[in-house]
Design a protein around this ligand. Sequence first.
Ligand SMILES: NC(=O)c1ccc[n+]([C@@H]2O[C@H](COP(=O)([O-])OP(=O)(O)OC[C@H]3O[C@@H](n4cnc5c(N)ncnc54)[C@H](OP(=O)(O)O)[C@@H]3O)[C@@H](O)[C@H]2O)c1
Length: 369
Amino acid sequence: MAKRIQFSRTGGPEVLEYADVTPEAPKAGEVRVKNHAVGLNFIDIYFRTGLYPAPGLPSGLGTEGAGVVDAVGEGVTHLKEGDRVAYAQGPLGAYAELHVLPADKVVKLPEAIEFETAAACMLKGLTVQYLLRQTYRLQRGETILFHAAAGGVGSIACQWAKALGVKLIGTVSSQEKADLAMQNGAWATIDYTKENVAERVRELTKGDMVPVVYDSVGRDTWETSLDCLQKRGLMVSFGNSSGPVENVNIGILNQKGALYVTRPSLNGYADTRKRLEAMSNELFEMLESGKLKVDIAQRYPLEKAGEAQEALASRKTTGSTVLVPAMQQDTQATQDAGQSQDAREPVKEAQEGQAAQDAEQSQDQDSRA
Ligand SMILES: NC(=O)c1ccc[n+]([C@@H]2O[C@H](COP(=O)([O-])OP(=O)(O)OC[C@H]3O[C@@H](n4cnc5c(N)ncnc54)[C@H](OP(=O)(O)O)[C@@H]3O)[C@@H](O)[C@H]2O)c1
């Protein structure tokens, strides 16, 4: 048996169950990955709550992870058992010890990149790759607005923009998050819970405003984002952290300056194996060159996925969060001896909690015997 997180109905974090499942064998064109680390993403919350419908229930959850190929289906030629790999797409079910997915969604991981780093940045990093390099191909010297700059996607965007010579104005909800965004290479920050964002963008750009806004916050920032754009600027609406943008009168794009709007997704860009490989190679080069450092600010044991999601949804996290399957936790604890105490704490607490539970259970069993 292997462990996975699944849900049989949509709702709050309490719908997530830590279940035993019989490991599936990969079918033709598929591989099975033994996950060393799993990435936590806002999209996982959309599936859990039902904002995005899961294909069927009960359903697994999660699409981002890194580990070792543990079984290979017929016809797969580019991967073999034992390969170190990472992935960010495919069927829901990455929140698991073992995950079966189409081999063409899986890329080999360079030796120099650790599993946790890959799990923390495959989805978020590939997203930043397409946002900054494809949706709007940024040029050195440009100034942009990027919302939620201290989050998982945002922390990577700050560093990538800096590497491109782009001035990123990042929005954040606290001084601590502002400091973090600046450390990651943001050019300026705005606290969108206190300041008038469009006015501040006008000041910072000396009246020019910006050619592109990257907005993953959605409902709460939609109109403000349009107000920050230059004439004929591009609004990139790529997420719903505050809720989806609804009931838009398209005429607003004309009123605010003949604007363009796009609603992209990773699957819309990494839609072929060739494109996925090219995007991943660029991400891996950023990591290997040291221009991009992934901040794993939170780490949770897999069974605490609900707690991790709650922290993400309630704006308590910064940077990336990874979930560590039980079979990897001991190894990880040793490897991460140099990491900050805060980041290690949730795993350690859960291990202690599990030890206490195990002790209780064995006491129960003893008393029944
Ligand atoms: N389209 C795509 O291809 C794609 C791919 C990956 C991610 N995304 C989207 O990108 C966004 C970021 O994803 P992530 O996983 O890296 O998450 P994240 O940015 O680490 O977390 C979301 C952040 O959004 C901000 N936020 C503003 N209003 C919020 C609200 N009402 N509730 C919760 N958070 C709010 C918070 O930062 P502050 O406290 O600083 O406001 C929060 O930390 C998500 O919307 C996700 O869906 C889209």
